[in-house]
Design a protein around this ligand. Structure first.
Ligand SMILES: Cc1ncc(COP(=O)(O)O)c(C=O)c1O
Length: 365
């Protein structure tokens, strides 16, 4: 079986270094808000071409803390893509704001800037642009729209570490960018971790308070913050893995390029291949009208796939007050998407076998 993603294999090349770095932290006696975190924040800010990086506990908190830091009025509306993982939207509703769903571009499956404009009202305060599957949203258009209407742009880059948009690294374009280092991500910790990058010094400062009970000096609390810190062991592991993010992304790009040029099946829609070298290719998401049959064919031939995601947010029980929304593009995407295995440890032979097996879907042998 070719697994969709085997974390043991993914981390195997770094295991010795990870063990050494973790042991160093364990023996140091300093586990929270220490030098490993400082060092990671500095390196990741540099990597993202951003002025500041603030480590937090996970990607969900990264988005939540950005929204908290902006301190929008109670009745605010936040524009979100209808096609995304639930974590992009949960922070909006937790904080009591209205999530305004926007249909994706049917080709890129990302937030459609043309559709944002018609959703902007007097109450709109922010746009959450999700770089889903590892590809940047159309940031020029989104930033321009935001500027015209005085809105903040928050990028959810949980799936897009190392992606590039018009020669700029993701993490340096939006007013604030949220990252997750969940173990399956392009840059994955061995537990939960997240970060925020921004060029806004005041925002970064406030985020440092908010992640630590609203405090920078022990027992002095200037804001009503939360506990959301990136711990020293995870930071040390991320310090080990960060230098390998670019080579790993390059391997993903090479595999994606092969899939794009060699997969050819009637009615199967490939992701757009116009920015192969800029995308981080967190996921390789194809579409087929008979998804279950294609999944069964791949499974029968020893290839594990995944679906990102099977049910749109507005159809989830947790979002039942949004269930009457008419979002046909989003719904069709959720019915058709299949993610093929794509990770830096796939061998050329496995890639060739995956391509061959997908192509045999038309003409099973
Ligand atoms: C698009 C997106 N946003 C946010 C998150 C949340 O990240 P975390 O699991 O670290 O909270 C994830 C991943 O889980 C994600 O894929």
């Amino acid at each position: 079986m070719i697994p969709f993603l085997d974390l043991n294999q993914v981390n195997a090349p770094y295991l010795k270094a990870i063990e050494k770095a973790s042991l160093k932290v364990i023996r140091s006696g300093w586990y929270i808000l220490g030098n490993e975190l400082k060092s990671f924040e500095k390196s990741f800010a540099t990597y993202c071409q951003a002025a500041h990086c603030v480590g937090v506990a996970n990607g969900l908190d990264a988005i939540t803390l950005i929204l908290m830091a902006y301190d929008f009025p109670e009745d605010s509306e936040v524009i979100v893509p209808a096609n995304t993982y639930i974590a992009s939207v949960l922070p909006v509703v937790y904080l009591g704001f209205k999530a305004v769903f926007v249909e994706p571009d049917p080709v890129t499956m990302l937030l459609n800037p043309e559709k944002i404009a018609e959703k902007i009202t007097m109450k709109t305060r922010a746009i959450i642009a999700v770089d889903l599957y590892g590809r940047s949203c159309e940031m020029d258009l989104i930033m321009e729209l935001a500027q015209q209407h005085g809105l903040k742009v928050i990028t959810d880059a949980a799936q897009a570490h190392g992606a590039v948009y018009k020669n700029k690294k993701i993490g340096s374009i939006a007013h604030a960018t949220a990252f997750s280092f969940y173990p399956t991500k392009n840059l994955g910790a061995l537990g939960d971790a997240g970060a925020i990058t921004t060029d806004d010094e005041a925002l970064a400062e406030k985020l440092r308070y908010l992640r630590n009970y609203g405090s920078l000096v022990r027992y002095k609390n200037d804001f009503q913050g939360v506990n959301s810190r990136l711990d020293e062991i995870q930071a040390a592991i991320l310090n080990v893995k960060l230098p390998f993010l670019d080579p790993e992304n390059d391997r993903r790009r090479a595999i994606a390029a092969r899939y794009l040029s060699e997969i050819n099946v009637k009615d199967l829609v490939l992701p757009p291949g116009d920015r192969t070298q800029d995308d981080a290719w967190h996921l390789f998401v194809i579409r087929h009208p008979d998804r279950s049959k294609l999944i069964a064919h791949l499974d029968a031939n020893g290839i594990q796939t995944n679906v990102h995601y099977p049910l749109p947010i507005h159809k989830q029980q947790a979002f039942r007050e949004y269930q009457d929304l008419q979002l046909p593009i989003t719904e069709q995407i959720h019915e058709q998407v299949i993610s093929l295995p794509l990770n830096a440890v796939l061998t050329d032979e496995e890639v060739a076998y995956i391509i061959q097996t997908v192509n045999h879907f038309d003409y099973p042998q």
